[in-house]
Design a protein around this ligand. Structure first.
Ligand SMILES: [Zn+2]
Ligand SMILES: [Zn+2]
Length: 834
């Protein structure tokens, strides 16, 4: 019993001891300066929002990055592994409303709590480079970047739609709109209102953002596909239709100009400027258009414009097809969007699904102008949407292929000055205005005399006032702080007003990872020389929910900085890894479902090592992980076995320090070393990109099983002390990325040199890892034909495969049928061939 007590694995004591040592060692996780002669490695996990509590998704995300960082340190790299806080955002304002706590105080308190949790779990972050986006030393550079973009014409203002709650009399964020209603007024429909907003011209980089995806082969294909779709490039043609009885023209965008002789109407968005003209003198049309506009608005609010029930109304006016002078009716339709293309289309019902549906409903002519390329083909059903047909009913273009006709029609449009080839993007400019308090103040001033005046650099940062009253009534909270709003115009010195909008928090996360490299810089966002050493990020790790916004905005930011000469890289990160979710009982952990597992509880019950190792062991990192407390307990028991094993043989191993590993080989020691070197090879390989840490941990478990099974031989001295030492020290090194506390403790116990984090990662000796081979005779119909070599422990299937692959055997079997294969494992193979 006394011995049992003594040999009890006690993670709380071990982890406390090492946490204190690590906290005191400020250099431990610090990156070396750019002058280091080691190769650099920048590993980064996405920074969290400081809600106040780590959740299991965080624990897993950071355990993946931490294992990688630790292994890269052991491999001799100069590792940068930082952490920070995406600290602006709405929840702080909501908490302020609820608890009457100022957002800053609430946020900084949460950061302190989460930092303690991270330290308790033992993540290897260099806290000297910590970035907190809600502090002026960071957000002043958001303002600085905003001004630089403004100078470049990348910032502009325009009217744009916002969610508006008439009850709150304020703008709502998208996440505050629940089923089309206000989150605080469940029965109040949210309206879309036009408001002057600030935009960043991300579309200036649309083509480059798209092209760059082809080179990002270290990113998951699904992320690249999502970005491609989000950017949404379409090649097509813009064509001006005349308007009968008017000098005006309607410019339409089409991806199928080859079908233009089949255009039997032109359709306008309800907000198309020409519609207002038509309706000005037609009260009935005006009312009908208003109804269409309303239907479109509601579909947009519901978030699915694609599912809108299509309605339209003829204007009574006619458009003129510039290619053949044909007169076609002009309609207004609720599914045409003013902010896509030109807000006007030509409708070709015979060759487009949507146009066909609309024309059928309203009895608009359907005219076939594309036939199958092969004239033998039966007349196809409509709509016939192929792009490799030939033109019919298209005048001089009859008989041309779709591709030929497209080119000729585009040339004709340019010649006739009524159109041109055009590429359009689905990607919209980035609206960064928020009528919110807890964000970066936009550094602009409105002067009655001078209009918009940028805040001069020497007046940055524009400090967000603290301790203001947050009511969420009537516009931006900053608008009610006269000391903030009223300012002297930097140009004329007269009275002026500060902009009261704050920036979207995606601005904060668009460049934070550059700041880590030079976090204390007070004269620039960062020193380019330092950034150019560390960038691009070698491995970025985060949730797939950031596949679009964060990862497109930060790619855009990088390109803007590159064009200013601040950075050399085109893309922020070479490799991206998106981990799966942590679920419980088949559902995502959430308070409302009551299935949240607290990391603190797990760490208190089983230790940080077991908790984080389980997060890596329970499932491949890219898959969802179904949290099972039994599993954590199992990992904890396993670590206990390792601890006892090492404790038992540490005196022998220590004694063998410095001894050459050349004792006579015994069967036992050869088998153990083979297993050891196979395990090294497997884990090393997995760290190079596959990241199946679950099978890595399983391999370590197998190694420990083999070691325990050989316990009697070890105790009997049948395995040389030098081999015991090799096995135990290597086992500890292999564990170090996954269970850093226990590894540190055992490293010390084995008398290892220095800290385990800087101990060299073990190398697999292929000679030692190789399986013993045995020779197996192969007989065909009772006659010895060949002998094959297979691993000693090969199973029947492997032996059969080896036998059938043998040259001589194949020659004998050629043209015949192998009727039967009889394998006697370890002895012989007999084939019955007919
Ligand atoms: Zn409301
Ligand atoms: Zn002025």
């Amino acid at each position: 019993m006394a011995e049992e007590q003594e040999h009890r694995y006690d993670p709380a004591t071990i982890e406390k001891k090492w946490q204190e040592r690590w906290d005191a060692d400020l250099k431990l996780y610090a990156a070396e300066p750019a002058s280091s002669n080691k190769p650099k490695y920048y590993v980064l996990e996405m920074l969290p929002y400081p809600s106040g509590q780590l959740h299991m998704g965080h624990v897993r995300n950071y355990a993946i990055g931490d294992a990688l960082a630790r292994q890269m340190w052991m491999r001799g790299f100069n590792v940068l592994h930082p952490m920070g806080w995406d600290a602006f955002g709405l929840p702080a304002e909501n908490a302020a409303l609820k608890n009457n706590t100022p957002p800053r105080q609430w946020t900084l308190g949460n950061i302190a709590a989460m930092k303690r949790q991270m330290q308790r779990i033992g993540y290897s972050y260099d806290w000297a480079t910590e970035v907190t986006t809600c502090l002026p030393d960071y957000y002043r550079w958001n303002q600085w970047f905003f001004l630089r973009m403004y100078e470049k014409g990348l910032v502009y203002r325009k009217k744009s739609k916002v969610n508006w709650c008439p009850e709150c009399a304020t703008v709502l964020a998208n996440e505050q709109v629940v089923d089309g209603c206000c989150w605080r007024h469940e029965d109040t429909k949210v309206e879309l209102r036009d408001l002057e907003q600030w935009f960043l011209r991300i579309t200036a980089y649309a083509q480059e953002l798209l092209d760059g995806l082809a080179k990002l082969d270290g990113w998951p294909e699904k992320v690249r596909t999502m970005q491609r779709n989000w950017i949404g490039r379409s090649e097509g043609t813009e064509v001006d239709f005349g308007v009968e009885g008017s000098a005006e023209k309607i410019r339409v965008f089409t991806t199928r100009v080859d079908t233009i002789f089949g255009a039997t109407s032109v359709q306008l968005a309800p907000e198309h400027p020409m519609v207002a003209d038509f309706a000005a003198t037609d009260a009935k049309l005006k009312a009908e258009v208003a109804k269409l506009a309303d239907e479109q608005k509601r579909a947009k609010e519901a978030g699915d414009i694609g599912a809108i029930e299509k309605h339209g109304v003829p204007t009574g006016r006619f458009a003129i097809n510039p290619y053949n002078g044909e007169r076609v009716p002009i309609w207004v339709a609720n599914y045409i969007l003013m902010d896509y293309g030109t807000g006007a289309i030509m409708s070709v019902p015979a060759h487009d699904e949507r146009d066909f549906e609309f024309a059928t409903k309203y009895g608009i002519e359907i005219r076939r102008v594309i036939a199958p390329a092969d004239p033998q083909t039966a007349e196809p059903e409509l709509p016939f949407t192929v792009e490799d047909g030939v033109l019919i009913n298209s005048g001089e273009y009859n008989g041309k292929t779709c591709a030929e006709a497209t080119e000729l029609l585009q040339k004709a449009a340019v010649r006739g000055a009524f159109g041109e080839a055009k590429v359009i993007f689905r990607l919209k400019d980035w609206g960064v205005s928020r009528q919110r308090y807890w964000g970066t103040p936009i550094p602009m001033i409105h002067c009655e005399r001078d209009g918009l005046v940028p805040v001069p650099d020497n007046q940055l940062p524009v400090i967000l006032p603290e301790n203001i009253e947050i009511t969420q009534q009537g516009g931006s909270p900053l608008g009610r702080v006269p000391e903030f709003v009223n300012v002297a115009c930097p140009k004329c010195g007269g009275p002026a007003r500060r902009e009261t909008d704050t920036m979207d928090t995606f601005v904060d996360s668009s460049w934070y990872f550059y700041r880590y490299t030079d976090a204390k810089n007070s004269s620039a966002p960062f020193d380019s020389a330092i950034v150019n050493y560390w960038f691009p990020i070698d491995q970025y790790i985060g949730g797939v929910e950031h596949a679009i916004l964060h990862l497109i905005y930060s790619r855009f930011w990088t390109k803007v900085m590159r064009d200013r000469g601040m950075v050399k890289n085109d893309e922020p990160a070479t490799r991206l890894f998106t981990q799966g979710m942590v679920i419980k009982d088949g559902a995502k952990m959430s308070k409302s479902k009551g299935n949240v597992v607290s990391p603190d509880d797990m760490v208190a019950s089983y230790g940080a090592d077991a908790t984080r190792m389980y997060a890596l062991f329970a499932s491949p990192p890219d898959r969802d992980l179904d949290w099972q407390e039994d599993g954590v307990a199992g990992v904890s028991r396993f670590l206990g076995r390792v601890w006892r094993m090492v404790a038992k043989y540490a005196p022998v191993a220590r004694h063998a320090a410095g001894e050459a590993n050349d004792a006579p080989t015994t069967a036992q020691s050869a088998a153990l070393r083979r297993k050891l070197h196979q395990t090294i090879a497997k884990i090393t390989h997995d760290f190079e990109g596959r990241w199946h840490f679950n099978t890595c941990v399983a391999a370590i478990m197998e190694l420990v099983n083999d070691l325990q099974a050989a316990d009697a031989h070890l105790a009997a001295g049948e395995v040389p002390a030098s081999v015991i030492r090799e096995i135990l020290t290597t086992l500890v090194l292999l564990l170090a990325p996954f269970a850093p506390f226990l590894a540190a403790e055992l490293w010390e116990e084995l008398g290892g040199e220095g800290v385990v984090l800087r101990a060299p990662w073990p190398k697999s000796d292929p000679g030692l890892a190789k399986e013993d081979e045995i020779e197996i005779p192969v007989q065909i119909n009772g006659k010895l034909i060949s002998v094959v070599c297979v691993p000693a422990d090969a199973d029947a299937k492997a032996i059969e495969t080896a036998a059938l692959a043998d040259e001589k055997v194949r020659a004998r079997c050629a043209g015949k049928t192998v009727a039967k294969v009889i394998v006697v494992p370890g002895r012989a193979v007999n084939l019955v061939v007919k």
